[in-house]
Design a protein around this ligand. Structure first.
Ligand code: ADP
Ligand code: ZN
Ligand code: ZN
Length: 738
């Protein structure tokens, strides 16, 4: 995968010194040659400290002992090897080389992406066991004598309960470190031996799997030891998680490791608890909210084989799995698996590549599989296994459309919907009102002259956030005070148009005064664990109304939730993005699946101005599978993914002229063949964002091979185009939003 820039004549090759080819964290389509360090040898997969420009950089050795591509005069020497043995094993190195090539990323970014931040630094590897802190005898006496005050005293008191790890202290006493240093110097506390990881005993009884679950488990177990992708297509609440648990148990029984990917950290806490309770082994967790030390340790424990199970979000797909047994991707349809900046990889697709390299089965699970995975299953590349029944629920929820046309709406809520909410809470049950828009109203309009508040940097309406008395741009985060009168005509008649979750919360609170109304969106869950806590406050047996965005669409069993009211999905029906229908269908089905997960039957209301829309009709009368089938037929007819393949070149700059110039150069540089179709250069769907002009060029082909054959050399050329330095550009292979 080395983009060789120079061609070297054969006879000079012999004279070339042998070098290390190193991936460095820079967005350039190239690797860098260095002479090996003065002493010792360095192998592939190890980290090295090298001089780079005027400073130093940590890189990963991709090739060792290869002839240099430049004369020795220009070569610099590795300053130091950071690892005795490879940090990234042969499989990961091979997978990363494949990934950099496939997603046309800068190889350096691909390799560094795979390492936790702490391991990208010139520091010794952290101990995999976390240090713990405990009171010394002197510390006990000091505490009794009351000789310490303030932070020191609090820390002593905290440790009186028993030794605590650094991470635990970080959680309970975020500012403990200064006091810790003082007390350690005074000999009042000391670093202790980390106790062997606590014994976990499984304490939840195993459920007897039902027949469909048994069949799924048997199918995957039979494929242990070889690569086989499975699509576990199971309605919400059908017991997919139980299937994962059972399979991970079997993986552990064979002494092998399991990787479970989830799309969001929000899903992690509940799943971690369920895994720990059931499996009786420590479960490593890897996600972006974790302290860097903890991330690095979890990664290293999997690498050493000390740890057997890892649960994580997107980047956890890079965890070393020296004893791999099974890879699971939960909610495989979720867009969060696609990285949208830097190295633009897709974690689900990478999981499959790793599964092949590691020779293990890969299980993709979803109630609403992506069209890509459905097409793969249909083509026989994946084996489909189905879970059609819901073990815990009495019946599948009933879905009903509310036609909003010609209705008197109260803050966007129809009388029928309000009536149903009233009935539900009167029975002591809970309601979820789903609206995928934060804030009070998406538009603030002047009733006298028609002016509306717009972001000057994006030319998009600003969202009104009433509680903050602010207008906020949801595209660039620009904030402006809420005007009291129209800046154009001076009128005071400024009217919020449309509804966001904040407004619905207000309307429902006013309408149902004796029922708690809980809003769950990015604003109310900003703090770590806030999501968990908010839902934790919900009594299982009391009425409540939840208002929220798609954060509420998944995870979290709420047994007393019996009504789901979906308001405002019409934007999704009208969008120009060809994936909008798929996403809408998935969202509706996932949200609807929140209702009636326990013994009580559930009901779903969908409020729309387009009650006859074919997608909604099919979805409600025949379900997701039928809707997906229709969408696949459309995609096939139009040659769109998964039947066609795309590479998108995005470009932005302050000047439109620079964008246009770069895109035309890029277009001209593309070797045209009959296999390629080109759309553009054209403005991006949001032509202006955060003050930058944006444009794009879309390349499509029915053949992935032809597309890559053209795009691969082109991607290296782009950086050298005359206008490349005047713009920001990026390539996206298999983009998920155009
Ligand atoms: P999914 O992940 O498909 O949404 P879960 O695995 O969370 O579904 O299961 C949904 C509910 O059904 C959970 O409350 C779970 O405990 C219960 N459940 C799953 N499998 C069984 C089973 N075999 N017997 C009884 N209850 C089950
Ligand atoms: Zn006005
Ligand atoms: Zn903006």
């Amino acid at each position: 995968p080395v983009p060789t820039v120079l061609t070297v004549a054969r006879d000079t090759l012999k004279a070339m010194p042998s070098v290390l080819r190193v991936a460095l964290p820079v967005p350039l389509p190239t690797l860098f040659d260095y002479l090996p360090p003065a002493t010792g040898t360095v192998g592939v997969g190890s980290r090295v400290l090298v001089p780079f420009g005027r400073s130093k950089s940590v890189g990963v050795v991709v090739q060792a002992d290869v002839p240099a591509q430049v004369g020795s005069a220009k070569l610099k020497r590795v300053l130091r090897a950071l690892d005795d043995t490879a940090l990234l094993d042969a499989e990961l190195m091979q997978t990363l080389a494949w990934a950099a090539d496939y997603w046309l990323g800068a190889p350096g970014e691909a390799y560094t992406n795979a390492l936790p931040l702490l391991l990208r630094e010139d520091k010794p590897l952290p101990e995999t066991q976390e240090p713990i802190w405990q009171l010394t005898i002197a510390g006990h006496s000091a505490l009794d004598a009351g000789s310490r005050r303030g932070g020191s005293r609090v820390l002593l008191q905290t440790l009186l309960a028993g030794p605590m790890s650094t991470a635990e202290l970080d959680t309970v006493l975020p500012d403990w470190r200064a006091a810790g240093r003082r007390l350690a110097e005074a000999g009042l506390i000391e670093r202790g031996e980390a106790s062997p990881s606590p014994n976990f005993f499984p304490n939840t009884p195993k459920l007897a799997l039902h027949a469909e679950q048994e069949a799924a488990v048997a199918a995957v177990t039979e494929a242990f030891g070889r690569f086989q992708p499975f699509l576990l297509d199971g309605v919400t609440g059908s017991g997919k998680t139980e299937v994962y648990l059972s399979l991970i148990e079997r993986t552990l029984a064979q002494g092998r490791q399991a990787l479970l990917l989830v799309p969001e950290i929000g899903l992690a806490p509940q799943t971690v608890r369920r895994l720990r309770e059931r499996l009786g082994v420590p479960v490593e967790v890897l996600h972006s909210n974790l302290a860097e030390g903890e991330r690095a340790r979890a990664w290293l424990r999997m690498r050493s084989g000390e740890a057997k199970v890892v649960l994580g979000t997107r980047s956890a797909v890079f965890t070393p799995l020296p004893q791999a047994g099974l890879i699971i991707v939960d909610e495989e349809h979720d867009g969060a698996y696609k990285q949208q900046e830097g190295f633009r990889y897709h974690a689900r697709d990478l999981a499959l590549v790793r599964g092949r390299a590691l020779q293990v089965p890969v299980l993709l699970g979803s109630a609403t599989p992506s069209l890509e995975s459905l097409a793969n299953a249909e083509a026989g590349r994946y084996r489909a296994v189905h879970l059609r029944s819901r073990p815990a629920a009495t019946q599948p929820p009933q879905v009903q459309i509310i036609d909003m046309r010609a209705q008197r709406l109260e803050h966007g809520l129809s009388p029928a919907l309000l009536h149903a909410v009233g009935e539900t809470v009167a029975r002591g049950e809970q309601v979820l009102v789903f609206r995928n828009r934060r804030g009070y109203a998406p538009v603030l309009l002047c009733h006298s002259c028609g002016w509306h508040a717009e972001c000057p940097r994006c030319e998009h309406p600003l969202t009104l956030h009433a509680a903050w008395r602010k207008l906020v741009c949801h595209h660039c985060d620009l904030q402006a005070p809420m005007p009291s009168s129209c800046p154009v005509c001076g009128s005071q008649e400024l009217k919020p148009q449309g509804q966001g979750t904040e407004r619905l919360e207000e309307a429902l609170t006013a309408h149902f005064q004796h029922v708690p109304v809980l809003r769950i969106d990015r604003e109310t869950t900003r703090r770590r664990d806030a999501f968990e806590q908010l839902l934790g406050n919900l009594a299982d047996d009391a009425p409540a109304i939840l208002v929220g965005t798609q954060m509420l669409a998944k995870g979290h069993d709420l047994p007393n939730l019996t009504l789901v009211a979906i308001v405002g999905v019409d934007e999704g029906l009208l969008s120009v993005d060809f994936r909008a229908s798929e996403r809408l269908a998935q969202l509706v089905v996932q949200v609807a699946g929140r209702a009636g997960r326990a013994r009580k039957p559930g009901r779903v209301l969908l409020q729309t101005h387009h009650p006859d829309h074919p997608l909604l009709r099919t979805l409600l009368t025949q379900g997701y599978a039928a809707a997906a089938k229709d969408l696949l037929v459309e995609r096939k007819q139009t040659g769109l993914p998964p039947y066609g393949h795309q590479v998108l070149l995005r470009c932005e700059a302050h000047q439109r002229a620079a964008v246009d110039a770069f895109l035309s150069e890029a277009c001209a540089a593309l070797p045209m063949t009959d296999a390629l179709q080109i759309a553009g250069p054209m403005p991006a769907p949001m032509p202006l964002r955060a003050g930058r002009q944006r444009g794009q060029l879309l390349i499509e082909s029915a053949s992935r091979r032809d597309l890559h054959a053209a795009a691969r050399p082109w991607s290296v050329q782009l950086a050298h185009l005359p206008n490349a330095r005047k713009v920001r550009w990026s390539l996206d292979v298999d983009p998920i939003d155009l």
